[in-house]
Design a protein around this ligand. Structure first.
Ligand code: 2RA
Length: 352
């Protein structure tokens, strides 16, 4: 029988993208689909592949008979409800941070470590953070041949990584500063934002319009931001390199959607740009855009809404042996969140 799929968080920002992905996938392996959300959103109607479905309220019994339950909800909701779904017989595929570093929960990017989906003693599989995810297809293409040893990255993270509040704040700040002639005196961007009546309380710790903010996530020990530690810990787990040396600086930029990363990757073996190009071109979920002399490289404005990860600016580092520098862009709401979760569910469906 065709497997039963549930989507928990169907009415949220990532859940909405998930419904869009479900409506556009060429192959449809599912039988029944159940849309689930908080009691506040229960009763809403959402069309999935031509069928109008009524959103159900989250409750233990909604998981009865479900084979795969995708969770696009906050950490605390996943922490409580993914184990309930698993206890009721579903495999929970969770897009929150609740289980990512749990040794009994695999952290899966299908094009890198799809085989890990079978190793799930808790009945839960985790989806990585969107910042880590945005570079995984590219690193996953190179690592098996050249042996990744060290990774230094700087992220350029979009406002939508902070949810709808982040998008709304960037749009409002942009409206407050655009055309005002500000940006040439320290403090004038802040003044224009305050003069427009925007609340001092923002999802970002500094103005984002006309600015970049070297901070994403929450404060951790010794000056690190949570996003930077996620990049380190999740990269090690996904690639299966427990001693991978990683250093990340995560930066928020005034982009609505699509995260970018500048990657400096050192390998055990010598690697050329031509070899990297060949592997990137062969990878089905990567698009190579690397002809800078003709203005060809990935940018968020050209990548937003796309499923693949775009890669360009591939260079052999001049002063570091066996090292490549390159730039990636990936839609943080699609591959960075909903799409990768859905692709994990598809891997499971193919095994059912
Ligand atoms: C961010 N990576 O961009 C986070 C969202 N999970 O804020």
């Amino acid at each position: 029988m065709a497997p039963v799929l549930a989507l928990v968080g169907a009415t949220g920002a990532v859940g909405t993208v998930m419904v869009d992905i479900m409506n556009s996938r060429p192959h449809w392996p599912w039988g029944e689909v159940r849309l689930i959300a908080s009691p506040r959103s229960a009763g809403k109607k959402i069309t999935v592949r031509g069928q109008e479905l009524t959103v159900r309220a989250l409750a233990p019994e909604v998981f009865d008979g479900v084979d795969i339950a995708m969770f696009d909800v906050p950490d605390a909701v996943s922490a409580e409800w993914a184990p309930i779904a698993a206890a009721r017989g579903a495999v929970a595929v969770d897009n929150s941070g609740a289980f990512r570093m749990d040794p009994d929960v695999p952290l899966v990017v299908p094009e890198v470590n799809a085989d890990k989906v079978d190793d799930r003693p808790r009945g839960i599989i985790s989806n990585p953070n969107c910042t880590t995810l945005s570079m995984m297809a590219a690193l996953g293409a190179l690592h098996p041949t050249f042996g990744l040893r060290e990774l230094v990255v700087a992220s350029y993270q979009a406002a939508s990584g902070a949810g709808q509040d982040g998008i709304d704040r960037l749009q409002a700040e942009a409206a407050a500063v655009a055309g005002k002639g500000v940006g040439d005196r320290a403090g004038d961007v802040r003044e224009a934002i305050a003069a427009a009546g925007l609340p001092a309380d923002s999802p970002f710790p500094a103005p984002l319009a006309f600015n970049v903010v070297p901070w994403a996530g929450s404060a951790k020990e010794d000056g690190w931001a949570s996003e930077e530690l996620k990049v380190r810990n999740e990269s090690r787990k996904i690639l299966g390199i427990p001693d991978l040396k990683v250093s990340a600086t995560c930066v928020r930029v005034p982009v609505v959607t699509t995260h970018s990363l500048a990657v400096h990757a050192t390998f055990a073996e010598p690697v050329t740009v031509a070899q990297a190009h060949e592997l990137f071109e062969a990878a089905p979920t990567l698009v190579l855009r690397d002809d800078p002399a003709n203005g060809v490289f990935p940018t968020p404005a050209d990548v937003v809404g796309a499923d693949p990860t775009y890669v360009g600016r591939v260079r052999q580092a001049l002063d570091f042996p066996n090292t490549l520098d390159f730039f990636v862009c990936g839609d943080n709401l699609r591959k960075g969140a909903a799409l990768n979760t859905y692709e994990i569910a598809e891997v499971l469906a193919a095994r059912a």
